[in-house]
Design a protein. Structure first.
Length: 157
């Protein structure tokens, strides 16, 4: 194996037949000795051995890359299907709840007001220090209404 660099050769023209190229590379002395020993054991020139090893390595890397890409596509498909199922379920839950100021509310959290506000249902004035209830919506980005005790939904009898 030569340690000299050869000048770059132009790629073959479309009409030219494929020609092999010479590729010079630097390798540690231990690797060179191991390649020569292996080539001698299987009775092939070192250059043929190195070419075969490189071709096999590129083929394995290509197959592994395609396998990873296919697995990523399958995983993306599964995630997309699960996302669609979650969105459908959310839409079903929101659709079952009544509309109006409490539409989409799935529960209420009791609280003590820190500031004055108004009830989202009856518009009654609520003062700081009074108890009220914060509506918890099925959509975390939706507004969270505050309701007075009188407007809090009661169990059906």
């Amino acid at each position: 194996m030569s340690q000299e660099e050869s000048p770059p050769q132009p790629p073959p023209e479309d009409g030219d037949e494929k020609k092999e190229r010479v590729l010079h590379t630097r390798v540690p002395a231990v690797l060179e000795q191991e390649l020569k020993r292996l080539a001698q054991n299987i009775r092939v020139p070192v250059s043929n051995l190195v070419r075969t090893i490189l071709e096999d390595a590129v083929a394995v890397a290509d197959r592994a890359g395609r396998g990873v890409e296919e697995e990523l596509h399958r995983a993306a498909g599964r995630v997309s299907a699960q996302r669609e199922a979650i969105l459908r379920k959310r839409d079903e839950v929101v659709g079952r709840t009544k509309s109006g100021p409490l539409g989409g509310i799935v529960g209420f959290q009791p609280m003590v007001l820190a500031t004055d506000t108004h009830c989202a249902v009856c518009d009654a004035e609520l003062s700081a220090g009074e108890s009220a209830h914060l509506g918890v919506h099925s959509d975390p980005a939706a507004p969270r209404p505050i309701v007075c005790d009188a407007c809090l939904p009661r169990p059906k009898k």
